[in-house]
Design a protein around this ligand. Sequence first.
Ligand code: PMP
Length: 388
Amino acid sequence: MAIKTSYLAKHVRTLKPSGIRKFFDATAGMTDVISLGVGEPDFVTPWNVREAAILSLEEGFTSYTANAGLPELREAIARYVDDYYCVSYDPESEITVTVGASEAIDIALRAVLDPGDEVLVVEPCFVSYAPLVSLAGGVPVSVKAKREHDFKVQARQLEAAVTGRTKAMMICSPNNPTGSMLSRAEMEQIAAVAKKHHLLIISDEIYAELVYDDLYTSFAALNGMKEQTILISGFSKDLAMTGWRLGFVCAPRELSQGMLKIHQYAIMCASTMAQHAGLEGLRHGRSDMADMRKSYRQRRNFIVQSLNDMGLPCYKPEGAFYTFPNIEATGLDSETFATRLLHAERVVVVPGNAFGSSGEGFVRCSYATSMSQLQEAMKRMRHFMKNL
Ligand code: PMP
């Protein structure tokens, strides 16, 4: 009898599937489900942006673009980043248009990590960071942002985790899943650690536009930090373009050119039609942004108040579109809480442990859903809490 061989590489066999996906699969075949589980806007991409893609096809723009992206899009990104993130990049040599922020994270890690290099990954965090560090040959080192600090990692926690092998830290502010946002002063303390130990900050700033109370600060804009920062952002969240798969990465020339080498072999270029849409979004999409932000702010205030009132303590997030209530008072772990809530009330939330072990005791509730759906979801959750 032939011996069955697995052709999968060991490091892929041992890779865990995403804790978010696993949970969504459980809703298959269920009706009348309200999802607070998804990490994407409920808005449709603004019409003028969609129209630009249609026009791009009508005009026959169906070939590859330059590997780094359409020059006019890179120029528009440079102007936008200068204006909003307050840092200047050369569109010719320091900006790459990517297939979402997701690809940008991947090529950033692959461009800088030698085998065994350590990356400080601040948890709870977006599900892809640690697996992508491992796939790039690095070692993810978890640094846990704590509830008593409103999930803002402390500079001294990062410093305590630095070893001779540490190359970079992976930070996301405003954060998925907690919604917390570092203040400028907190960022400066973290930047000082990066400078002292010559570490790179890989800064996922995909939620930069979704901030509600404070002014936005980018790591790259802090004094002297441009040289030590890879700035990652995109179009998915602010312009409601998740399905278009469009993002960008900005970094000093040497790093940027390194990432571009990987991008050109693995991807060639981001979708041409999506790039034309993104260009229109940057040129004329900003007015819709203000409306979306206003609507998210209202929903945030409503959901935070409702969760606190029903006995699920939840601090007020400063950015993104997630709340991260504590569920420990229910006596359930996060996976049991989410599973029982789904089956009893047909409301989807994501167990906090999907975002790293420090997320245990919490669930992520996204408020990127309509106010009427949010009201119904809160009603059902109140009922669930009463019946526990
Ligand atoms: N980073 C964070 C923190 C995210 O939440 C997401 C999407 N959920 C991404 C990156 C990926 O974004 P994109 O759609 O641009 O690949």
